[in-house]
Ligand binder design. Structure first.
Ligand SMILES: [Zn+2]
Length: 68
């Protein structure tokens, strides 16, 4: 049984022989290959997603009190 390989970025199903024929393997296209590259190079956005705006405001207020 051959398991279908999918693009790690957009989940497009790749051809069975993609490993041999697809230049951008394991991605379906150059575009997805580039997206993956940027994800590795730019890890910052994971931190931005985790940031809680209310928590940041609380921290700012605490710093204000500390200064007085
Ligand atoms: Zn893709």
């Amino acid at each position: 049984m051959v398991r279908a390989t999918t693009c790690g970025i957009c989940n497009n199903v790749l051809p069975i022989d993609a490993a041999k024929t697809l230049r951008t393997f394991p991605f379906c296209s150059e575009r997805c290959q580039q997206i993956d590259l940027h994800r590795w190079m730019d890890g910052r956005y994971a931190i931005v997603e985790d940031a809680d705006p209310e928590e940041l405001l609380e921290q700012l207020h605490e710093e204000d009190e500390f200064d007085e």
